[in-house]
Design a protein around this ligand. Structure first.
Ligand code: COA
Ligand code: AMP
Length: 634
């Protein structure tokens, strides 16, 4: 039996013993009487009754064990030409200082703190400072517009917000402060205070009485040697809320609990990623996404490894050799990114010529996730890097990989197009629409048998009913992943598509429903549909089709431009909404349901079956013609 099979079997035979053993790698203030309490929460709770603190496990305990001088955080920012290195002791000083400042501002256990930050080390310090106080952070990705930030502020009702004067995209400085101010104006839940990191690239004015200068306040606290103790929280208390796209404009507040999250992430560092304490682990994502939470911030630090905060892109900062330069300069052992980053590099440097300019001798493994890894990209990476390329599948909801290939315990041969096999903790099944398990190799709805493992979400923030209806109601006894796919005869999982209206653009999860809501708010629009059109670089790109109100005599190009700007303004640049196309009519069923799936197939020039219930098949030809006229299909 392989190491993987032994481990998976050990979990399946006795999940409680498996996770109790994993929990020995975490320092608890008081341990849980048992690993799992079945009659608690929506599907049971992990480590109920234990008390602990995530910041203690990420920082203090490594320092107490004599590793204070070990590098904890490396900041590499090609957009500001900066490299900074922080040891565990230095990170604790920063985090303790910020925690003291937050406590002075009235933040205490259970309070929410929203973070709207660029990729700077202070984003990590802020997450850890919240964890230290037992406060619940909610990081909002910097590419979201004020309206999206306001929605999250209203849902989380934060006591404080931590932000920065600006973010830096290649060739463009984004003034964060006006976006933050606008969001606070739009929100009904006003924070008491904002702590603002002034960046030299673009400083901002602070709002009197409300705003605090991050560097001044934390600097003063550190100069006085101030810190705070690690507040003991229940293992089942929330560590953070991370909003993710749902099928409507109202995002879902995924709750991460404290104890199970530590146990699961710590386990993955050694076993899945095969990384040792002291090695450098680089997740080239953003703190605004779940990958950033789990593997820029918490996973590596829980493990005593070194994490890398990279403020740059795979290309353009300055070229397609950026990743290789970072791997060389910081002796990165493992890189984790989205396939889209590799497609971008491959497009600019198809021969991988720049790789030869750098010393990658410390580099062992490339991990990909966030979207389907196309075989061509995996093969290119395998050939050019000469190392294992591991695809693994996960979701914001789960916080860590549902399926993967655990190289730390030996792994197994890679099968192209498959993100591996189920991880311990996940009993993955494929069901038909009636909830009956299908035969191996048959496409169906991918579900996970309950209970979900430690680290997976126990509920949605202040929306337990939505949690049940969105995830547990459809297939009783199972968590519905909203992904469709296959498990083959050998147990390899294949993720083919979403079963809902979520699209995946450059590894970013976006709701077409949210974009439709914005487009429909335009006074000249009667109705619209947004679908994900296949894109060779970003995986998918949103495509908006719209019908104008009768009598709205508008210049077509001008109106399309307005809609593109509207989505960018309301949702943000991250939506990458660049194409809106006027059509005469939308294809619908006789009962009035828009046939988005069929539109998507036409846009992707794929074969499709004429929907039996279509109202008027001629509309499909109209759409093909409109797309062809704009050269959106060949
Ligand atoms: N703040 C403000 N704006 C942001 C932003 C941020 N933090 N992040 C992205 N944006 C903007 C970009 O500048 C871009 O704006 P534009 O339309 O004016 O060009 C827009 O949002 C779309 O961004 P993105 O989809 O990332 O496209 P890109 O062309 O800038 O970069 C890639 C494409 C492939 C290089 C980039 O997406 C990438 O590196 N992805 C891989 C890593 C990753 O992000 N993974 C996610 C989860 S694992
Ligand atoms: P997010 O919650 O942003 O991490 O997005 C989760 C969704 O991204 C999943 O439901 C999948 O649709 C998709 N996804 C993530 N990782 C993979 C992968 N390795 N292969 C295929 N799809 C993936």
């Amino acid at each position: 039996m392989s190491g993987y099979e032994q481990t998976y079997n050990a979990w399946q035979t006795d999940p409680e013993t498996f996770w109790s053993k994993a929990a020995e790698d975490i320092d608890w203030f008081s341990p849980a009487p048992r690993a799992f309490t079945a009659d608690s929460g929506a599907y049971g709770r992990w480590f109920e009754g234990a008390t602990c603190n995530t910041c203690y496990n990420c920082l203090d305990r490594h320092i107490e064990a004599g590793h204070g001088d070990r590098l904890a955080v490396i900041f590499d920012s090609p957009v500001t030409d900066t490299v900074e290195r922080y040891t565990y002791a230095q990170v604790l000083e920063q985090v303790g200082g910020l925690a003291a400042v937050l406590r002075d501002l009235g933040v205490s256990k259970g309070d929410r703190v929203v973070l709207y930050m660029p990729m700077v080390p202070q984003a990590i310090f802020a997450m850890l400072a919240c964890a230290r106080l037992g406060a619940v952070h909610s990081v909002v990705f910097g590419g979201f517009a004020p309206q999206e930030l306001a929605t999250r502020i209203d849902d989380a009702a934060p006591k404080a917000i931590i932000s920065a004067s600006c973010g830096i995209e290649p060739g463009r400085v984004i003034a964060y402060k006006p976006l933050l101010d606008e969001a606070i104006t739009l929100a009904t839940q006003k924070p008491d205070h904002c702590v603002i990191l002034q960046r030299d690239t673009l400083r901002c004015d602070l709002t009197p009485k409300r705003d605090v200068d991050y560097a001044e306040a934390v600097g003063a606290a550190m100069a006085e040697g101030r810190t705070t103790e690690c507040v003991a929280v229940e293992a089942t208390d929330p560590l953070y809320i991370l909003y993710t796209s749902g099928t409507t404009g109202q995002p879902k507040g995924v709750v991460r609990d404290t104890g199970g999250h530590m146990v699961a992430l710590k386990w993955t560092m050694e076993n899945h990623y095969g990384v040792k304490p002291g090695e450098v682990f680089w997740a080239a994502s953003d703190v605004g996404w779940v990958v950033g939470h789990s593997y820029i911030c918490y996973g590596p630090l829980l493990h005593g490894a070194t994490t890398l905060v990279y403020e740059g892109k795979p290309i353009g900062t300055p070229d397609a050799g950026a990743f290789w330069r970072v791997i060389q300069d910081h002796k990165v052992a493992s890189l984790f990114t989205a396939p889209t980053a590799f497609r971008a590099i491959k497009k600019e440097d198809p021969k991988g010529a720049l790789i030869g300019d750098y010393d990658l001798s410390h580099f062992r493994t490339l991990f990909l996730a966030g979207e389907r890894s196309d075989p061509a990209t995996i093969e290119w990476a395998q050939a050019k890097l000469g190392c294992p390329v591991i695809d693994h599948w996960w979701q914001t909801e789960t916080g860590w990989a549902i399926s993967g290939n655990p190289v730390g315990i030996g792994g197994f041969p890679v099968r192209l197009g498959s993100p591996g096999k189920p991880m311990p903790g996940y009993d993955i099944r494929v069901l038909d629409d009636g909830g009956i398990e299908v035969a191996p190799g048959t496409l169906g709805n991918i579900v996970c048998k309950l209970p979900l493992p430690p680290g997976s979400f126990p509920t949605l923030w202040q929306a337990p009913e939505r949690f049940l209806s969105s995830y547990l109601a459809e297939y009783p006894g199972y968590y519905a992943t909203s992904d469709a796919g296959i498990i083959d005869e050998d147990g390899y999982v294949f993720i083919m598509s979403r079963t809902d209206d979520i699209i995946n653009v450059a590894g970013h999860r976006l709701s077409t429903g949210a974009m439709e809501e914005v487009i429909a708010s335009h006074p000249d629009i009667a109705e619209c549909a947004v679908v994900g059109k296949a894109d060779p670089l970003k995986g998918q790109m949103p495509l908006g089709l719209f019908v104008t109100n009768d009598g709205a005599a508008r210049d077509q190009q001008e109106l399309e431009g307005e809609l593109v700007q509207l989505v960018r303004g309301k949702i943000g640049a991250v939506a990458a909404f660049k194409t809106a196309l006027e059509i005469k009519r939308l294809p619908k069923t006789r009962s009035g349901k828009v046939l988005r799936g069929t539109i998507q197939k036409i846009a992707d020039a794929q074969d499709f079956k004429m929907p039996a219930a279509i109202d008027d098949p001629a509309i499909l030809d109209e759409i093909s013609a409109a797309l062809a006229a704009r050269k959106l299909i060949g």
